[in-house]
Design a protein around this ligand. Structure first.
Ligand code: CP
Ligand code: NVA
Length: 337
């Protein structure tokens, strides 16, 4: 297995074996980190982190993982980079590619990260676009495997906006890994039919399946994983909250949904989550719409079934794995297959 020099733009570009390999490497790197074993085999290398949207987990994961592997990192915030304003994406890619050994991009359209990859000459990693969030998927796969011991056959019920980065990514991931994806939402929030068709074709070869349903009870029945995300994503206008609350409230993850899924089901969320009033936006929404918890109730979020902080930790180990395999650290560490 040799992924050195590859970009990491979306999971559609990877085979199930390659995806499994990255999760395996993450698991090994996690064990090494817990055992305090050194892993700084990429000393002398540097990475650039372009963030056109805000982040806690993804940014910290890249920075900590880079440091653990011995690399330096430069954070380019939404306000300081010239990219797109005074300098084209292609020129930015060629400049950064001369200085850095890898580039992370978080921002808007998938075409931007694709363009960076085309011109950079070094591996480019997608830290979230409007369409996909592939590093989150590896973290979630590791978390599910840690919890259940396997991936194939796992049923993931995805509640809420299933046509954006998280819904799309989950549908692709389930198709690739022989898992069962169920989008539970209103028709307007079903994923793009072209992507659904592509995933259905892939699922035929892996034993996975894709289901779209408006019936939250039917969709979550017997699910191993009940997954949700914020109802309004980064970059979307605040004015759409009213419509989203109206459309997606029936798909809130609450006790009734978790009981319907079954006693072995886990609750997952990429985070950040609106489950209480301890955020500015949460308070704002509460004042305007009288809802104190949105996509998930505080009860479910804080329940033993919730594995959201395992997921958050696993962002770091899996992002480290992505950098390790695309920069050849797996070979240097002797953990390659
Ligand atoms: N889940 C996730 O990507 O978190 P951040 O937005 O904090 O990076
Ligand atoms: N759909 C969310 C995911 C955050 C990790 C967003 O794009 O804001």
């Amino acid at each position: 297995m040799d992924l050195q020099g590859r970009h990491f733009l979306k999971l559609l570009d990877y085979t199930p074996e390659e995806i499994t390999y990255m999760v395996d490497v993450a698991e090994k790197l996690k064990a090494m980190k817990k055992a305090d074993e050194p892993m700084d085999v990429l000393r002398g290398k540097n990475i650039a982190l372009i963030f056109e949207k805000t982040s806690t987990r993804t940014r910290c994961s890249f920075e900590v993982a880079a440091s653990d592997l011995g690399m330096g990192s430069t954070y380019l915030s939404p306000s300081v980079s010239q990219m797109g304003k005074k300098e084209s994406i292609a020129d930015t890619a060629r400049v950064l590619g001369r200085m850095y050994d890898g580039i992370e991009y978080r921002g808007y359209g998938q075409e931007i990260v694709d363009e960076l990859a085309k011109y950079a000459g070094v591996p480019v990693w997608n830290g979230l676009t409007n369409e996909f969030h592939p590093t989150q998927m590896l973290a979630d796969l590791l978390t599910i495997r840690e919890h259940f011991g396997y991936l194939k056959g796992i049923k993931v019920a995805y509640m809420g906006d299933a046509r954006y980065n998280m819904g799309n990514s989950w549908m692709v991931t389930c198709a690739k890994m022989g898992m069962h994806f169920v989008a539970c939402t209103t028709k307007d929030y079903f994923p793009d039919p072209k992507l659904v068709q592509e995933c259905e074709e892939i699922a035929k070869t892996t034993g996975g399946s894709i289901t779209l349903t408006e019936d939250a009870m039917e969709g979550t029945k017997g699910a191993n994983v009940v997954y949700t995300d914020v109802w309004v994503s980064m970059g979307e206008p605040a004015e759409i909250w009213a419509q989203r609350i109206k459309d997606l409230s029936p798909y809130q993850v609450n006790r009734k949904i978790m009981e319907n899924a079954g006693e072995n089901a886990v609750f997952m969320h990429c985070l950040p989550a609106f489950h209480d009033l301890k955020t500015e936006i949460g308070q704002e929404i509460s004042k305007q719409f009288g809802m104190d918890e949105l996509e998930v109730t505080d009860e479910v979020f804080e329940s033993p079934a919730s594995v959201v902080f395992d997921e958050a930790e696993n962002r770091m180990h899996t992002i480290k794995a992505v950098m390790a395999v695309t920069l050849g650290a797996d070979k240097k560490l002797g953990i390659c297959r």
